[in-house]
Write a protein that binds this ligand. Structure first.
Ligand SMILES: NC(=O)c1ccc[n+]([C@@H]2O[C@H](COP(=O)([O-])OP(=O)(O)OC[C@H]3O[C@@H](n4cnc5c(N)ncnc54)[C@H](O)[C@@H]3O)[C@@H](O)[C@H]2O)c1
Length: 334
């Protein structure tokens, strides 16, 4: 297949490397608004760069991967849908909720597959958690605890553009709560703290936060996130049921030390960031996208899924800002 990739930054260059190594990709074309960056990444991989992003929307291209910074997502998805080109687009689907809603309407009214990049849906542990819930082996599932902890804060200049900690860090947890349980979120409460460097408060953001969700079958989900997890990048999920409980991310890379006698687990090394934590999942999601683009399977993470995860973090952000319980029904939808 001939695959076009827009955006050659952090995740774009990473996806380019993965795509170049997949058997189904016969040709890979890269473009970035920074044409020199695209040329450098392409040269490193021995693939082609095209001078403009518009050049990627070529009738000979089979599918488009969008890994630009967030404001670039919606215009490229619109252009690809207009050209009938299957699209993989990194999360978030669009920069604002209203733009996301508008795109969902467009994509659901068209016959072009769009796959949104929530890679945890392709992580073995999260898939097993979903299967365990679906099988009934956990009994009555009543509580989920989901964590995304970054090792170090991002650059201060990034913060005002991040959308706040829930939109930036917790959106994957919001998606996995829906993915693993198959349920929808009804209400959200939230707290946040600014312990750490002063630039969090200066940006009107928090450095650590928690959201408490109630789902439509009465399940409780707690999402926690922080920019300060010095021991290592820590992404986990626990699903607690009346008969059994399971954990995702509880392996030797766990960034947590036990204080009990005789415990040698975890043996390390820890994860540094999302790229090494989810390397296999990113590979699996792009492999799945090739099948979607060939028409083999429907999108495994639809624009509707992306909208619902965005609505949950939108509700969490509002709950934090206003110090109250937010009902999902208050958050716009299609
Ligand atoms: N799924 C995940 O785990 C995950 C992880 C990291 C980033 N992301 C998402 O991926 C996207 C990119 O993040 P990043 O960390 O790689 O950012 P980045 O800033 O490192 O790279 C963005 C690149 O996009 C280019 N660009 C900007 N606008 C463009 C446009 N209109 N057309 C073509 N190129 C354009 C920039 O020049 C830059 O090279 C973001 O939307 C982010 O939310 C997802």
């Amino acid at each position: 297949m001939r695959i076009a990739l827009a955006g050659a930054g952090r995740i774009g260059a990473f996806h380019a490397r993965t795509l170049a190594s997949l058997g189904g990709v016969g040709e890979l074309l890269l473009a970035d608004v920074d044409a020199d960056r695209a040329a450098r990444v392409a040269a490193d991989l021995g693939v082609a760069a095209v001078p403009t992003v518009e050049g990627l929307l070529d009738p000979r291209v089979d599918a488009l991967v969008v890994a630009t910074s967030t404001p670039g997502h919606a215009p490229l998805v619109r252009a690809a849908v207009a050209a009938g080109l299957p699209v993989f687009v990194e999360k978030p689907l669009a920069a604002t909720l209203s733009e996301t809603v508008e795109l969902v309407r467009l994509v659901e009214g068209a016959d072009v597959p769009v796959h949104v990049g929530f890679q945890r849906r392709f992580d073995t542990g999260y898939r097993r958690a979903r299967a365990a819930v679906a099988s009934g082996e956990l009994g009555l599932v009543h509580t989920l605890r989901a964590t995304t902890s970054d090792r170090r804060p991002p650059h201060p200049e990034y913060l005002p553009t991040s959308g706040g900690i829930f939109r930036d860090c917790s959106v994957h947890d919001a998606d996995v709560v829906r993915f693993v349980t198959g349920r929808e979120v009804l209400t959200v409460q939230a707290v946040g703290g600014t312990k750490g460097e002063p630039f969090f408060a200066a940006a009107g953001d928090v450095a650590s936060a928690a959201a408490l969700l109630t789902l439509d079958d009465g399940t409780i989900a707690v999402l926690t996130t922080t920019r300060y997890s010095g021991q290592g990048h820590d992404v986990r999920l626990e699903v607690v049921g009346s008969e059994a409980s399971v954990a995702v991310g509880l392996d030797d890379s766990l960034a947590l030390r036990s204080l009990e006698d005789g415990v040698t687990f975890p043996a390390g090394p820890v994860h540094e960031a999302f790229m090494d934590r989810f390397e296999a999942a990113y590979r699996a999601e792009l492999t799945a996208f090739l099948d979607v683009a060939r028409g083999g399977t429907p999108s495994p993470c639809t624009v509707r899924d992306a909208l619902e995860a965005s609505r949950v973090v939108e509700a969490a952000s509002l709950a934090l800002a206003e110090g109250r319980t937010v009902h999902l029904s208050e958050i716009p939808t299609t």
